[in-house]
Design a protein around this ligand. Structure first.
Ligand code: NDP
Length: 329
């Protein structure tokens, strides 16, 4: 252990389930690393959609609840048996930390990733969850080949912009959707070949693909786009539902997949694609390389003081954001 372990941490936590008004900024005892854990002083924490589901009560949690699974910063203490990390190193983590809406957070050493010198704290905090998600979607859930035309939604969003850039680097053609002309410009700047409005997007996809449809749709919008996404698919196409920014998709009649051409449907999540250290290293090595080569540029759409997590979540839920949102202590 380090000698001057912090005594307290300042957290922004939800008192109970509800709207963003349930957030409070309070001082608590600093977390203490157990065996194989690291204590990290937060440089920046990532804001993700899942935390809005936890705050509102859609996903069950125990209150008071300090959200946040993603963050980057400096190691200030290590638990027993930690071998591969030492004090002062900078780490990041995509999905494995606890309570990163805090000045300090804990993470299992096996799930922490050392940040290369060329990568800033801000990039290190912005990259992991959205980066790993985009990486597994196009390399593992459905492996995209050069020359394929694929559809993604919310192309100005956090995952959306990373997805587009990684797809372009693979030589794919990208069709995406956004809700406004301003967001369309951002999606284009990320490299999208076609930026559509949500209204009637499936017909447009068929025009672009000369009636074929696309081999895969990556859909994180969910309820409002799901049927249109199925309509956009080619025969034997793959529907990848990876989120529900507009709400959850109701149960599906499996015969519908037959009627539409023998489609495949999957509902992946990041933890199923980081199954061991090798898989984690592979994804992070490729993501850091894309960053340093300039194939991937992270758009920090908003950097909020930690105490203003409520404003960050309110902006995210109400579609006022583009790119990645960070909380900075
Ligand atoms: P985004 O930055 O993409 O924000 C969500 C965007 O969705 C909005 O900006 C908006 O863009 C679009 N959207 C469409 N309809 C709605 C609606 N009714 N309400 C709110 N937003 C809407 O967020 P993230 O990049 O953080 O996440 C995108 C999705 O990916 C989320 O569903 C999230 O849960 C999911 N996710 C899944 C993971 C997994 O492993 N399965 C991991 C990480 C994220 P526009 O205004 O242009 O429509």
């Amino acid at each position: 252990f380090e000698e001057d372990l912090p005594q307290t941490a300042r957290v922004t936590r939800a008192r109970q389930a509800g709207g963003v008004e349930v957030f409070e900024s309070v001082e608590v005892s600093a977390p203490v690393p157990e065996s194989n854990q690291l204590l990290v002083k937060t440089a920046a924490a990532g804001v993700n959609f899942i935390e809005t589901y936890q705050r509102s009560g859609v996903y069950p949690v125990q209150y008071p609840f300090t959200p946040g699974v993603e963050g980057a910063g400096e190691i200030v203490a290590v638990g027993e048996n930690v071998e591969n990390f030492s004090l002062g190193q900078r780490i990041t983590t995509s999905e494995a930390a606890t309570g990163t809406y805090s000045t300090h957070f804990l993470v299992d050493a096996a799930k922490a990733v050392l940040v290369p010198d060329a990568v800033s704290d801000e990039q290190a905090a912005a990259l992991p969850l959205q980066g790993v998600t985009a990486h597994y979607l196009i390399n593992s859930t459905y492996k995209v080949s050069p020359g394929q035309t694929v559809l993604t939604h919310a192309g100005a969003g956090g995952v959306g912009q990373v997805l587009t850039q990684l797809l372009k680097a693979k030589g794919a053609r990208v069709i995406t959707t956004t809700s406004s002309p301003e967001k369309a410009k951002i999606a284009q700047a990320a490299g999208a070949d076609y930026v559509l409005e949500y209204q009637g997007f499936a017909e447009k996809v068929h025009e672009i693909t000369k009636g074929e449809g696309v081999p895969v749709v990556y859909d994180g919008v969910g309820k409002d786009t799901f049927t249109g996404s199925l309509d956009s698919l080619a025969v034997r196409g793959t529907m990848v539902l990876f989120g529900g920014a507009s709400g959850q998709v109701p149960p599906l009649d499996l015969q519908d997949l037959n009627r539409r051409g023998g489609l495949y449907v999957t509902r992946p999540a990041v933890n199923w694609y980081l199954r061991n250290i090798e898989e984690r290293n592979w994804r992070f090595t490729e993501l850091f390389a894309a960053l340093t080569k300039g194939e991937l540029r992270l758009d920090i759409g908003g950097s909020y003081p930690l105490a203003e997590a409520a404003r960050a979540q309110d902006d995210l839920e109400n579609r006022r954001t583009t790119g990645k949102l960070l909380l900075v202590p």
